[in-house]
Design a protein around this ligand. Structure first.
Ligand code: SAH
Ligand code: SF4
Length: 469
């Protein structure tokens, strides 16, 4: 979601004549888009801001801005901790970024633009306060990448006790299907091949109009016929909204990828209750069985929080059991980080020592890595279709002139594939025969040498240069 916000903010500014430059030194405006889901993410931003202090001292005309969730959460506090910051803009105020920048440039800074928020605020006033940020995309001026994110809803209506998201992104607001369709058509016309629909609980999407309700399954069916789009993904799912209708849509719609990211967070009943996730481990297992039954080839991934308030060794063992059974493709495992203003931070002591959190994190990761490796081994000898994303991390270090190097791309089920090939295959589909695996990667060889048609849009070839936002 943050990556999309960064891209949209950059697109908006580029349409107004701003240009991307490769370093902070060369920039007139330096913007940090921030996350506040865990303390660590915030610490990184404060130290990055600290490193810019001298630059700002010598170039006071440079504008430094903090955008996103941490801006909303910390507000004025950012000016106090980093007095050289000129602008602080929350996610619900991003649409005003161009005019805010103008005002700061005219000498009217520092400026704070965040959504008014209070625990007791009415839902209706929060809906007004958190204005969705979905500026119209103009592919004619800023070409989209061949893989694009498309937000279908902002905010979140859940109340997981550990989570700061509803407080910093406001209540759930679904975009009208017509607007989404139009955006995807525009992206497709400009050469986009894969869209990933985004929402905090993407499968709770619903839009009511004229007595009809459009849900995620309906939206996927509406997107399927769009010419040019070859793959449709959607993240993140909430276990409670995994309807049979959605599973059948994934099974029946050829462009919709068989991949579900559906975080469980914990395998212990008591912990899920304290987290206010709204389901039990038994419910999650039943949901998983329905996914496997309807879409047997689907890859399922999950998130876990270890060391949540009051998590006992027995609770953790139950999480281990669930991981062993569920056979996720992979899992993201986080140590619990208390977030000021959340119910957990107010009501439950953060009583699991950091060393225990770390040990549980490593233990779970090791188990998951073994499972990921075993699941990946099933691919050895198989042929998979890969959308090539570019040189792999090691490949990127190779000299520009060398055209054959290690490329990376993804299968429909979101597995990363690394294979030797021509960097100009970036943005193309290829068939790769899998010859080896690691827990995170499938390794293989091109099945046949595809014709190279470099993906290029409005003069920018993604095979030759990497645009970074
Ligand atoms: N809306 C998504 C993702 C929310 S944030 C969802 O509901 O799944 C992404 C992940 O960060 C969460 O799934 C959770 O595992 C983790 N997370 C959120 N708050 C956290 C906290 N306070 N400490 C540690 N991990 C957290
Ligand atoms: Fe946070 Fe829960 Fe909403 Fe996900 S569903 S964003 S974890 S409150």
């Amino acid at each position: 979601m943050n990556e999309l916000d960064s891209q949209l903010a950059a697109e908006l500014l580029q349409q107004l004549g701003y240009e991307m430059v490769p370093s902070a030194r060369k920039a007139d405006v330096i913007l940090f888009n921030t996350c506040s889901v865990r303390q660590h993410a915030e610490d990184k931003i404060y130290s990055a801001l600290g490193r810019l202090k001298h630059l700002k001292q010598y170039h006071p005309q440079k504008i430094i801005g903090v955008l996103g969730c941490m801006a909303q959460k910390d507000g004025q506090e950012i000016f106090r901790r980093a007095p050289h910051v000129d602008l602080v803009v929350g996610p619900g105020r991003l649409r005003y970024l161009p005019e805010l920048l103008e005002r700061v440039a005219a000498g009217n800074g520092p400026l704070l633009a965040v959504s008014p928020w209070s625990e007791s605020a009415e839902r209706s006033s929060l809906l007004v306060a958190f204005e969705p940020f979905d500026p119209p995309r103009r592919p004619q001026s800023v070409p989209p990448p061949f893989q694009s994110y498309v937000r279908i809803m902002s905010g979140c209506n859940k109340a997981c006790t550990y989570c700061v998201v509803p407080r910093v992104r406001g209540p759930e607001q679904c975009r009208p299907p017509e607007e989404i369709l139009q955006e995807v058509r525009r992206l497709a016309d400009a050469g986009c091949l894969e869209v990933t629909l985004l929402g905090q609980t993407v499968n709770s999407y619903q839009y009511r109009s004229g007595g009809q309700t459009v849900r995620l399954a309906d939206l996927l069916a509406m997107l399927q016929p769009i010419e040019g789009i070859r793959r449709i993904r959607f993240v993140t799912n909430h276990p409670r909204h995994m309807t049979d209708q959605l599973l059948q849509a994934v099974r029946d719609l050829s462009k919709v990828c068989p991949y579900f990211h559906v975080p469980v967070q914990s395998g212990a009943d008591a912990i899920l209750r304290r987290m206010q996730r709204g389901y039990t481990p038994a419910y999650y297992r039943e949901m998983l069985a329905r996914i496997r039954q309807t879409v047997p080839e689907a890859a399922v991934t999950s998130d876990f929080i270890v060391g949540f308030c009051g998590e006992t060794e027995e609770d953790f063992e139950q999480t281990v059991r669930l991981v062993e059974e569920a056979r996720f493709k992979n899992a993201y495992i986080f140590k619990y980080s208390p977030r000021p203003g959340t119910k957990a931070a107010q009501a439950y002591p953060d009583d699991v020592p950091d060393a225990v959190k770390r040990r549980r994190n490593n233990e779970l990761l090791q188990i998951q890595n073994r499972i990921s490796l075993e699941e990946n081994q099933k691919f050895i000898g198989r042929r998979v279709e890969v959308l090539v994303e570019g040189p792999s991390k090691t490949g990127r270090k190779s000299p520009e002139s060398q055209s054959t190097l290690q490329l990376t791309g993804r299968t429909p089920c979101d597995r990363i594939v690394v294979f030797p090939g021509d960097r100009r295959l970036t943005g193309q589909f290829c068939w790769v025969r899998i010859t080896g695996v690691t827990p995170t990667t499938l390794l293989g060889l091109l099945e046949e040498q595809p014709q190279i048609v470099p993906y290029s849009c409005k003069g920018i070839s993604y095979g030759d240069s990497t645009l970074q936002v």
